[in-house]
Write a protein of this length. Structure first.
Ligand code: GDP
Length: 308
């Protein structure tokens, strides 16, 4: 049987590695298991930011300038909404809205999220499996110096300004992995962890007991790409959050966070690296498709080394 690869991912940072892997691996050999802790309802519509980012990125529809959402987006819905006094802290483009409306209708008709996402991926001719971590409701909450905030209020409305004290994943302990998730971890040759925020984007997956157990027991090596480049996060609150949680902003802390789940870590060029896991080095800053492919090749080579 041909080799199978499974990648655990969040949104924007993670999608870059998934895109690199998707470009270099044979069709239909990749499964992405995606964080849904950021999912929420807005104007009655269910929104899955990380899954949607992946769908847009892999189908070549992502908005490069904004760094989120769809290319060529129009904003008539938001303008009309604002003129009527609607809340405008979370932007929904007209094209983006189509996805949320269709998802909302299908969920109301009883279809699970995993089935809906598989249909969307098929409609856009994507040759990989995109699986939500669970079809159950899991919600990320951030305990901050301004009180307990739902994830999107912290991340988008407050722009990650509040100081984080802890992160909780409501519903994760009871959540069952979506169909195919456990098999994708157990039966693959390599598990990859994208350079997504370990505390906000990867931890929701690890908080689901059956996913953690599968990662602990799979024979496949588990290899992560560090989200840190020269001791800083490329984007978003990773470094700020590590600091607020009392952690050193180092690859050592990233490896320690994943603990005995992790076999290898890809770090940026000459950045410091922990001794507890196998290490590979490359320029991990993924600006172009070529960069994404380079990081994907490096992570796969490290996995091959760890399998020997
Ligand atoms: P979100 O869910 O959209 O916030 O995105 P993720 O959690 O998937 O990704 C955020 C993380 O990706 C941040 O910690 C960034 O440092 C990291 N990141 C973004 N772009 C890159 C990149 O090009 N290289 C590396 N190594 N990390 C990146």
């Amino acid at each position: 049987m041909s080799a199978r690869f499974t990648v655990l991912t969040g949104g924007v940072g993670g999608a870059k590695l998934v895109d690199g892997l998707y470009r270099i691996l044979p069709q239909n050999s990749l499964t992405a298991i995606v964080n849904t802790g950021d999912d929420f309802r807005h104007f009655g519509q269910p929104i899955s930011p990380d899954i949607d980012t992946l769908l847009y990125t892999l189908s070549g529809k992502s908005n490069q300038a904004l760094g989120w959402g769809r290319e060529g987006e129009t904003w008539n819905f938001m303008a009309a909404l604002k003129s009527l006094g609607g809340e405008d802290w979370f932007n929904l483009g007209d094209g983006d809205l189509a996805l949320h409306v269709l998802r909302g209708m299908a969920l109301s008709a009883g279809e699970p999220l995993s089935g809906i996402i598989a249909r969307f991926a098929e409609a856009w001719d994507l040759q990989l499996s995109i699986l939500p971590m669970t079809d159950d409701a899991v919600a990320t909450w951030v305990e901050t110096d301004e009180g307990l905030l739902p994830f999107q209020r912290y991340f988008v409305e407050r722009q990650c300004a509040p100081k984080v004290q802890a992160v909780r994943f409501e519903g994760a302990a009871e959540a069952v992995p979506a169909p195919g998730v456990v098999a994708a971890i157990m039966d693959c040759d390599t598990v990859l962890v994208a350079p997504s925020n370990p505390w906000l984007s990867v931890d929701p997956l690890l908080a689901i007991p059956q996913i953690r157990k599968a990662l602990e027991s799979t024979k496949a090596p588990v290899i992560a790409v560090s989200p840190l480049v020269e001791g800083k996060a490329v984007k978003g609150p990773t470094a700020k959050l590590m600091d607020e949680l009392g952690l050193e902003v180092t690859n050592h802390s990233i490896a320690a966070h994943y603990g005995n789940l992790l076999d290898g870590l890809v770090v940026h060029n000459k950045d410091e690296a922990p001794q507890s896991v196998a290490i590979a080095r490359t320029d991990t800053l993924m600006k172009s498709p070529k960069d994404r492919e380079r990081v994907a090749r490096t992570v796969l080579a490290l996995a091959a080394e760890c399998r020997r």
